[in-house]
Write a protein that binds this ligand. Structure first.
Ligand SMILES: [Zn+2]
Length: 372
């Protein structure tokens, strides 16, 4: 069984590289399995007619394998991605969890851009919604709750009317603090085991500040939002509020990152923002973070030997002189290269993405800081 990291290591291997059929199934045509098959067959036909005659038979084999797979049962709820190449002994079928547009590609590299983008755009976050004695904790990734836990601690009620009021009040404070520590511990353990990028604090207003005080600094640093909410409301409502906080934080982060890389690039210090300079930095391992405008496509070519991408269409590779292959989308291949090398990826959406496209052609990179 393949995994995303296996696929990421697949790069075109010279002129005879076997092609990979990549299929995304994500739209909801509305008439069940038959609708899906029709949409998919149509997309497959579109690819088949564009192929040279000698490739059609190989394509037909991959197509048959995909159409025979059990696509329908899960497809309209979860979205599916399938990658198939019989010459490469490659077969990977995975849920995308978020709806991605249906598409079919048959190319020398698996079409991973949508999968990488979806993972980047729906990173894992934690929601802690609580009051002074109870908390509901959620760990969410790609719209799915990966873990949930209720933390309940016995905290004596405050504002007691009897003569021990002061004592009770003190006990309440101490127990409340223990509860907050307890919640922070659970979240800390989650973060260690399944690192998340954002933490949203929600629930009762009077509890939020107390809770924040118990958090270790590395968790305080990733607070994406503080959102008062009725903590016993339906889960979907809680998660919708949390998603809104995470999305707002993300938009802010993207705007900051784009502004920063454009300044760095203008000063020729720490960043590049032309397509070719970015692609070269990526290839040479000098890129610390690749920042691309979400959904932006750039035609170009890729070296069949060393893998160098270029937005300028050239006849032979500028680096090694080998033959190049044309591609409709160097951005998507750049994302795959970045993901394969472990280079950080940021996709800029909305206003940030537009600015990056207008001022930098949609691609930029923050460079590794020079060694001291
Ligand atoms: Zn080359």
């Amino acid at each position: 069984m393949y995994s995303l990291s296996d696929l990421l290591s697949l790069q075109p291997k010279g002129d005879v590289a076997a092609k990979v059929l990549s299929v995304y199934l994500g739209e909801t045509p509305g008439n069940g399995a038959a609708g899906y098959r029709a949409v998919l067959e149509q997309a497959m036909d579109g690819v088949a007619v564009s192929l040279p005659a000698d490739e059609r038979r190989l394509f037909a084999r991959e197509r048959a394998a995909v159409m025979d797979a059990p696509l329908d049962a899960k497809a309209w709820r979860k979205g599916l991605a399938v990658f198939s190449s019989q010459p490469e002994h490659l077969w990977w079928l995975t849920e995308t969890h978020v709806p991605l547009p249906t598409s079919v590609r048959y190319e020398t590299a698996p079409y991973l851009g949508p999968l990488i983008s979806a993972r980047e755009a729906h990173r894992r976050y934690c929601l802690a919604a609580g009051d002074t004695a109870n908390a509901r904790l959620f760990l969410v990734r790609l719209g799915e709750v990966e873990a949930r836990e209720d933390v309940q601690d016995r905290v004596p009620r405050r504002h007691s009317q009897n003569e021990h009021a002061a004592n009770i009040e003190r006990q309440h404070g101490a127990k409340r603090q223990l509860h907050m520590k307890h919640v922070a511990e659970v979240i800390g353990a989650w973060h260690k085991e399944m690192p998340f990028d954002d933490l949203v604090i929600g629930g009762a207003v009077e509890a939020m500040a107390h809770f924040e005080r118990e958090l270790p600094p590395h968790l305080t640093a990733i607070i994406a939002g503080r959102s008062p909410m009725p903590m016993y409301g339906p889960e979907v409502q809680l998660l919708a509020r949390a998603e809104a906080s995470v999305a707002a934080k993300r938009a802010w982060r993207e705007e900051q990152a784009v502004a920063r890389v454009l300044t760095q690039s203008a000063k020729h210090k720490g960043g590049v923002s032309t397509e070719d300079a970015t692609l070269l930095a990526l290839k040479d391992g000098e890129a610390h973070e690749l920042i691309a405008a979400a959904g932006h496509r750039v035609r170009g070519c890729q070296c069949t030997a060393c893998g160098l991408l270029s937005a300028t269409i050239v006849r032979v590779c500028a680096r090694c002189g080998a033959a190049v292959e044309l591609t409709e989308d160097v951005v998507e291949r750049a994302l795959a290269q970045a993901a394969a090398r472990g280079t950080r990826i940021m996709l800029a959406h909305g206003a940030a993405g537009q600015r990056l496209t207008t001022e930098a052609g949609g691609l930029s990179a923050v460079l590794e800081s020079p060694r001291r």
